[in-house]
Structures are given as C-alpha cells and as structure tokens.
Write a protein that binds this ligand. Structure first.
Ligand SMILES: [Zn+2]
Length: 167
C-alpha cells in the first residue's frame, strides 16, 4: 500500500479508531501496530471491513522517518516515554506530510501531539481538545528539584524523577 494524497492525508491512532473517527473519512492511514491495539470486537470487526474495502491503508513507515521522529523526540525530552507504536504512527504522519505537503494526525496522547506539532504535522484531539504548541520536557525530582534528561532515581536524594514540561 502506498500514500495517495488525493484520497487522504489523515493518519489515525488507536484512540481515534475506538472513537470511530474513521467513519468521517473516505480513507485513512495507520500502522499495523496501531491496528493491533484495537482489540475490542466491535471496533475490530468494523476495521476489518474497512480494511477489506481499502478504506484503511496500512503502511509501514520508512526507516528515515523513524529516525527523524526519534531524533525530534529526544530533543523534546520524551523519547523514553514513547512506545514503538507511538514512534511508528508519528513516522507515518511525517511520511504522509513529506509526500503530500501536509498531514493530520488524530491522537489524544499529549506527548505524541508534542512531537507531531514540532514536526509541522497537524494535530487533532479525539475526545479532548488538541494542544496547539509543543512543549519540551525533562525529568524533575519532586523532593529536591533536580532536573535530568533521563528517568530513574534522583542522584541527590533518591526520590523518583517525574516527567515535567520545562517550557
Ligand atoms: Zn532529589
């Protein structure tokens, strides 16, 4: 399957499919990993039918786009918080944007939204309003305020570091 810009520039994550956002579009793109997250039988049956009719276009994003997403996520301080599925759907949205000039990603995951916005991908929330500006993050100790770019225990006081927006 390949990108057909005239048909669709919409990319959906699993939250969007649970909510039935795909019913509003003639066609959309997603990854195998996202489809795998849709486990409830109603959504799954609906998606199997949509896939059989060519409405769901499943694409495995090229490696160069995975690399772009990982690098940007690292810059924003969220790489350690994203799953492979998150990285793949972002890479797919970036691939569609490169091919078509724009793409729109439906997701409620705030960190995925941050990376997408930072890459110039349009973002739409599913159940919640989307963010409009991306944030940068770091890990901060609730106990003493120590900041770090990686998770774990605070080297100063031993408390657990927590992800926090730093701007
Ligand atoms: Zn501390």
């Amino acid at each position: 399957m390949s990108v057909d810009c005239g048909r669709s520039t919409i990319v959906l994550d699993s939250a969007a499919m649970f909510a039935g956002v795909e019913l509003s579009y003639g066609a959309f793109y997603t990854t195998e990993g996202v489809l795998g997250e849709v486990l409830d039988s109603d959504s799954r049956m609906r998606l199997e039918l949509a896939r059989a009719s060519g409405k769901v276009v499943v694409i495995s994003p090229p490696g160069e786009h995975l690399a772009v997403v990982r690098s940007r996520a690292r810059d924003l301080g969220v790489l350690g918080e994203l799953s492979n599925t998150d990285i793949e759907i972002l890479a797919l949205a970036n691939y569609v944007k490169k091919a078509c000039g724009s793409s729109t990603l439906y997701t409620d995951d705030r960190l995925v939204q941050d990376v997408a916005l930072s890459l110039g991908i349009r973002v739409r929330g599913v159940k919640y309003a989307e963010k409009s500006v991306s944030s940068k993050y770091s890990y901060r100790c609730r106990g003493c305020g120590f900041r770090s770019s990686s998770p774990g225990a605070c080297p100063r006081c031993g408390s657990t570091l927590e992800l926090e927006a730093s701007r």
